[in-house]
Design a protein around this ligand. Structure first.
Ligand code: NAD
Length: 260
């Protein structure tokens, strides 16, 4: 059991398709105790029963755009889980109209929202968790190839992910002296609530299937297993990294492939 006796917080489960849920299942199977957190009360109907499947308490409600909500959530977490070995941040949002058309048309509000919820919230959660974090703890976030390539329609979210990836490096530098690691998984396209909002999402899935070296799409389980790796002691020497879990798609220079 890779995580026997370990305890962790998982932010961002919306339903059983969520990447956060796939990570939660993997860490639970390896002995970890978890607390899930959801954005608002309306998610409890779906996520409450999922938490029960892991023997976890009722999910904590936390809108990560609200500092008071974060403080309240961590006061509650501290009561039941005073020592934390890992934290997963699997949260992103942008205005629907900013995930189609031209990036240049992104509004000031839309730019701020995407960066606040998808990027700043990682810092905010890491800071709030710090008093509970144990030596050897691991902090993990989720990013996408749109951070380093211009992916049509991903637009402002790609720019927010670039900032998130840079934040991973700065956070790794902040937390490293405390023996705490910070990493990100750059996942290939997986059908989830958030992903389906990006215009042309299905095309990205179809392209990956033929263009990725493994000639298939990445699954939630692939992401969950790599999450387990980064959260466990198996990755004890890894920090500040962006780990691509995309069947190798990011290494390719071209969408066009020829069968050999
Ligand atoms: P998802 O919709 O299941 O998860 C996104 C989560 O963000 C939801 O649980 C939602 O409630 C939460 N959220 C949004 N605003 C919030 C707020 N203000 N406060 C608290 N929570 C809030 O989708 P997902 O695909 O599992 O997304 C998880 C992460 O993975 C995101 O960062 C996403 O960008 C990233 N990612 C997804 C893919 C993909 O193809 N699905 C690929 C690469 C990276």
């Amino acid at each position: 059991m890779l995580l026997k006796g370990k305890k962790g917080l998982i932010f961002g489960v919306a339903n059983e398709h969520s990447l956060a849920w796939h990570i939660a299942k993997q860490v639970h199977a390896q002995g970890a105790e978890v607390i899930l957190s959801v954005a608002s009360e309306r998610f409890l109907r779906k996520v409450g029963p999922l938490a029960e499947r892991l023997g976890a308490p009722t999910p904590i409600i936390c809108d990560v755009a609200d500092d008071d909500a974060i403080a309240k959530a961590f006061a509650e977490i501290g009561q039941t889980m005073p020592k934390v070995d890992f934290l997963v941040h699997a949260i992103a949002t942008a205005k629907r109209e900013d995930l189609q058309g031209r990036f240049v048309d992104t509004s000031r509000d839309g730019f701020a929202l995407a960066h606040d919820v998808s990027t700043y919230s990682f810092l905010a959660l890491c800071r709030a968790a710090e008093p509970l974090l144990q030596k050897g703890a691991s902090l993990l976030t989720l990013t996408y190839l749109g951070a380093i390539r211009a992916v049509p329609s991903y637009n402002v979210m790609g720019v927010a992910k670039a900032s998130l990836e840079s934040s991973v490096r700065y956070l790794a530098n902040d937390f490293g002296p405390l023996g705490i690691r910070v990493n990100a998984i750059s996942a290939g396209p997986v059908k989830t609530l958030s992903a389906s909002v990006v215009k042309g999402f299905k095309d990205k899935v179809d392209i990956q299937q033929v263009a990725a070296p493994l000639r298939r799409n990445v699954t939630g389980e692939d992401v969950g297993k790599s999450g387990l790796f980064l959260l466990s002691d198996m990755a004890s020497g890894v920090t500040g990294e962006i780990l691509y879990v995309d069947c190798g798609y990011n290494i390719m220079a071209d969408f066009i492939t020829r069968e050999v």
